[in-house]
Design a protein around this ligand. Structure first.
Ligand SMILES: [Zn+2]
Length: 145
């Protein structure tokens, strides 16, 4: 716990440093770094704000990330986001799983692999704990049926 606290403290310092970087040249990198820190600290609401800034700067939409952030919020008790997700992204696999109560791959055990960094795990994740890529987890081998 202390470790987490120190870690969070360092990130706060990092944030303060980031605020100082006003230069347009580094704006994109600053936003990307902010987003990374938001996610690592599980500050999903802040992550949504950073994502908005990033989107308006890049002129692109990162809908998949937004969906995951909403799902994280819902899983942490912010159920008010459920309706929004249901209306906007009913076909996303995580939304489907979140809104139904069956076939939860995220609760299954087995051999899983990250198809981005090739790390192996015996549990499922939506975001790789090592390389922090979303949707990179795949089942490595199927249980005999
Ligand atoms: Zn990975």
């Amino acid at each position: 716990m202390t470790k987490d606290y120190i870690c969070a403290g360092l990130f706060d310092k990092a944030f303060q440093a980031l605020e100082l970087i006003e230069s347009e040249k580094y704006y994109l990198q600053t936003l990307e770094l902010k987003l990374k820190i938001n996610q690592r600290l599980k500050q999903w609401e802040r992550a949504l704000e950073t994502l908005k800034d990033l989107e308006s700067y890049c002129g692109e939409e990162y809908e998949n990330l937004r969906i995951h952030f909403f799902c994280e919020l819902i899983e942490n008790g912010a159920t008010e986001y459920k309706k929004k997700l249901k209306e906007k992204n009913p076909d996303h696999k995580r939304v489907k799983e979140l809104l139904s109560n069956k076939n939860k791959i995220s609760l299954e055990c087995g051999d899983f692999i990250c198809n981005c960094c090739a790390a192996k795990f015996d549990y499922f994740f939506w975001k790789c704990p090592l390389c922090e890529t979303w949707d990179s987890c795949e089942r490595l081998s199927y249980d005999k049926n």
